[in-house]
Write a protein that binds this ligand. Structure first.
Ligand SMILES: O=c1ccn([C@@H]2O[C@H](COP(=O)(O)OP(=O)(O)O[C@H]3O[C@H](CO)[C@@H](O)[C@H](O)[C@H]3O)[C@@H](O)[C@H]2O)c(=O)[nH]1
Length: 317
């Protein structure tokens, strides 16, 4: 298939683009490089440096589907600059959907997020559970999910939204490297690499066994594989939503311990206040995607995710 991957110079988009190429697809990456890296675009993919609001020109070349990753994705920033998140994540995606319709491209796989659920009433979270995002990032992603449902009904769009929980690990040399790093595992590994003295643990007074937040980590290679299955499942007139996690929760302290074990570094911690907007526990039920699309995580062990991230981060970029 001929595929457009928006945000394909970012962490998850580049891994998906690499897997699509391995499967023999023709891939064009569209990325404005505001957060992505040109050298993350996999060899073999065509590259267009542009924003999603300018996708019309590329799409007119004729594509079978779009995999849409380009987005602003920092929860804290979204609270400070909600307009940026609404215009980029919702406005940008509406422009992309309009350009797709004009070009006759009617299949899309969309990067949604566990942040659409907000503070869950129970875990593991099911796709049918209430969506009450607690920040503009989650709200903007939920708004896109809502638009996709409407467009599937109105225009026959075939859409699949994948709601990621906490993505970790690396795929060969493709790894997480944000300009502003907020994520837990890369921050811990920076300590082991000697780039920081300690890692801050945001809150030790949560209602969890060790007082720190619990998250569900999914390996980026497994997550990427789900996109290939989702692409095949795009059915005109339908919008499907699937959670993607491993179904097991790890506390922040447990993650630090796994990182200590993998890196052999003591990794000192500093206890810091809670980070605003962090739910205590986020664990996915991924039963639906396993049942309907046959997805199964091949690297469900957190140790493997950390080991892959560590190996990739100790290689030169
Ligand atoms: O230096 C750090 C970084 C994080 N944390 C904690 O570690 C946990 C995980 O944080 P992080 O890695 O930032 O992930 P989340 O905030 O859980 O966000 C992930 O999950 C969201 C869904 O809820 C997605 O939308 C985000 O894009 C994705 O990164 C949270 O309890 C944080 O408070 C720390 O204690 N210290």
């Amino acid at each position: 298939m001929k595929l457009l991957v928006t945000g394909g110079a970012g962490y998850i988009g580049s891994v998906v683009a690499a897997q699509l190429l391995e499967e023999g697809h023709e891939v064009t990456v569209l990325d404005d490089l505001s957060t992505g890296h040109a050298d993350a675009v996999p060899p073999g993919a065509a590259f267009v440096q542009a924003s999603i609001t300018e996708a019309g020109g590329v799409l007119s070349e004729g594509f079978d589907a779009v995999l849409h990753f380009a987005a602003k994705s920092l929860v804290g920033e979204s609270v400070e600059k909600p307009g940026l998140y609404w215009s980029h994540n919702l406005g940008g995606t509406l422009a992309l959907l309009d350009a797709m319709r004009q070009a006759g491209v009617n299949r899309i796989v969309f990067s949604s997020t566990a942040a659409t659920y907000g503070e869950p009433e129970r875990t593991p979270i099911l796709e049918t559970d209430p969506t009450r995002p607690t920040n503009p990032y989650g709200a903007s992603k939920l708004a896109v999910d809502t638009a996709l449902t409407a467009f599937a009904g109105l225009y026959g769009l075939g859409a699949v939204s994948l709601r990621y929980f906490n993505v970790a690990g690396a795929y060969g040399e493709f790894r997480e490297r944000h300009t502003v790093e907020t994520h837990l595992i890369p921050n811990i590994l920076k300590v082991a690499l000697g780039e920081r003295e300690s890692v801050s643990v945001f809150g030790t007074d949560y209602p969890t066994p060790d007082g720190t937040c619990i998250r569900d980590y999914v390996h980026v290679a497994d997550l990427a594989r789900a996109h290939l299955l989702a692409l095949d499942a795009c059915t005109p007139g339908e919008h499907r939503i699937y959670n993607l996690g491993s179904g097991t929760g790890f506390s922040v302290k447990e993650v630090v311990d796994v990182c200590r074990e993998v890196t052999g570094h003591p990794i000192p911690i500093t206890v810091a206040p809670r980070r605003s907007g962090d739910p205590a526990v986020l664990v996915a039920s991924s039963e639906k995607i396993q049942r309907e699309l046959g997805w199964k995580p091949a690297h469900a062990m957190l140790r493997d995710m950390v080991a892959d991230a560590w190996t990739a981060s100790t290689k030169p970029a």
